[in-house]
Unconditional design. Sequence first.
Length: 309
Amino acid sequence: MKKDFLSPIDIDEHELESIITDAMHLKRLKSAGTAHEFLRGKSLAMIFEKASTRTRVSFEVGMTDLGGHALFLNPQDLQLGRGEEIRDTARALARYVDAVMIRTYAHATLEEFARYSAVPVINGLSDAQHPCQVLADIMTIAERFRDLRDLKLTWIGDGNNVCNSWILSSPLTGMEITIASPPPYRPKEALIDQARAAGGRVRIAADPEEAVRDADVLYTDIWVSMGDEGERAERLKTLKGYTINSRLLAQAPPDALVMHCLPAHRGEEISDEVIEGPQSIVWDQAENRLHAQKALLVRMIAGGMPPME
Ligand code: CP
Ligand code: NVA
């Protein structure tokens, strides 16, 4: 049966571990210039309702590296933009391609698409989740720490889609997720309860200073996500004081790392000094989107990697 990847809960801890191992192997193969065309002749359709730099390029280059092909589809150019139903688009596309990646507003769009698609559907970001980002982030953390279990990641700022994927990943990684967000922008209680019920550890902190005190990783994202532009003024006002700057970083352990999924708005959620500073690993995160998604694609389309030599 085909499997989708719409949220971190679609994989278990063993699958996560094997995706990260495969991603690191694929990264070595690429850097050695060794061909790894494990998806020769396969196609990925990519539907983007929203802008993208990293997701679009990493999926497209990833398919090329693997010997396959990716198609960039703008809904405005598809019949979808003229009212064709999601379920009809899903069934037709599955007759041509081997997997579909979708970046959309409503998470329900992805769920409906996946219900009717005979091929795997991958979430390239929805209002609720950004699981591919967190796969790459987990790989990036695994490159720095031998054991993820018991690491502490502190989320500062807007409790958004990326934050939600971190919360749902906690049961898979064993990491503790601490959230420092102003009350209107905290993640939903139901989501936190869901992660806790699956064995995840999630904590709401009183303020950013307290939240970073024993953090291994500080993480933030833009305050105005795609689709939230109408709330810009209100968000900037409420989130003031939640910037990762040198003053806040000084409250964290000296070897704490700083992550951001990008794009960044310097001077809002993160200062220029911190994102450009020695504790920032944001470019590794961006690079690892490529390797982690290639591992995911090989697993979803070909059932896994050939045995490693
Ligand atoms: N982090 C991320 O998904 O970036 P893009 O919006 O550029 O794809
Ligand atoms: N939270 C951001 C992530 C962008 C990659 C957004 O949804 O716009």
